[in-house]
Design a binder for this molecule. Structure first.
Ligand SMILES: [Ca+2]
Ligand SMILES: [Ca+2]
Ligand SMILES: [Ca+2]
Length: 286
């Protein structure tokens, strides 16, 4: 279990007790850590459903999904402009907003270590960023905002879904109250915005589990204050991400929630877009 430690900075709190989130939210349990984060990540995994459902088609009533970005083999090249539906069918994750481009870093191929940890973008990044699950990582490449929208994993019809918990491992968070995750219900109401603790050249983790009936349809992640490109340091805080961990996404019906009429209008457009794209490259493994 996580421990309070001045050196390691582990924080596991009920948000009702401490003001970690910037927006108070009833029923939120915050898992926050920096430095050696393994125990807090494992505690979050356990709290949201100990079973990793992997690529198995849903619906499931319990368990979780994870994306570690590590598929592709030992000679994987950086995946520039990752398809936003790459993990839609097998993990229920779709990435937005539409003008944003996302990239998965490469493996450190023999004689070319610069391919790892976004060294293809800046040769100092393999030193700046540390991976949690080796070797690959994830980042937006023309923005500091990543949004993940939830769908029922394994659904050929891209059924809109909700979850109750979501967390991310971050690399090289330097500035306090800058890198964050904001959680949204299907009606776009914010369920709370939570900041990630800094760990220069190290790892940070933030995960929030809602247990007051809140249902998350979308998360908006802000990474640092600068798009990947320049050297990290001074006023420039570039941040990359590794593992995404979230409770099993369930359809509105499975979650016992009515599907908001306003979301249906938006969702129909999204689903139409997704149908046209027919996701087919869902090969990266957990
Ligand atoms: Ca990884
Ligand atoms: Ca740094
Ligand atoms: Ca940084």
């Amino acid at each position: 279990m996580p421990r309070l430690s001045a050196q390691r900075g582990t924080i596991l709190v009920l948000s009702l007790c401490l003001s970690v989130p910037s927006i108070a939210s009833a029923g939120s349990i915050v898992f926050s850590d920096f430095g050696t984060i393994q125990d807090t990540v494992d505690a979050f995994r356990s709290a949201i459903g100990g079973v990793n459902n992997g690529n198995a088609p849903g619906p499931f009533t319990a368990g979780r999904r994870e994306i570690n970005w590590d598929g592709g083999g030992v000679n994987a090249q950086p995946l520039v402009n990752m398809p936003k539906d790459l993990f839609l069918n097998n993990r229920g994750a779709f990435y937005e907003p539409s003008p944003t481009t996302f990239s998965i870093s490469g493996q450190a191929a023999p004689n070319d270590a610069t391919l790892a940890r976004f060294g293809n973008i800046n040769s100092t990044y393999p030193t700046t960023f540390t991976s949690f699950s080796n070797p690959r990582m994830f980042a937006p490449t023309n923005s500091i905002v990543t949004e993940q929208v939830f769908f029922q994993p394994g659904s050929s019809k891209n059924i809109p879904a909700v979850t109750t918990a979501f967390g991310v491992v971050f690399a090289d968070v330097d500035r306090a109250r800058t890198t964050s995750i904001e959680y949204f219900a299907a009606n776009n109401k914010s369920l709370g915005k939570f900041y990630v603790p800094p760990a220069n050249n190290g790892l940070s983790f933030l995960g929030v589990k809602f247990d007051g009936g809140e249902l998350i349809n979308r998360v908006s992640i802000t990474t640092g204050n600068t798009v990947l490109g320049p050297n990290d340091g001074g006023a420039v805080d570039v941040v990359a991400m590794d593992d995404f961990i979230y409770a099993e996404p369930k359809s509105f019906a499975s979650a016992g929630a009515p599907e908001p009429a306003t979301w249906l209008l938006v969702g129909s457009g999204v689903v139409g877009l997704l149908w046209r794209r027919r996701p087919s490259r869902l090969t990266l493994s957990a």
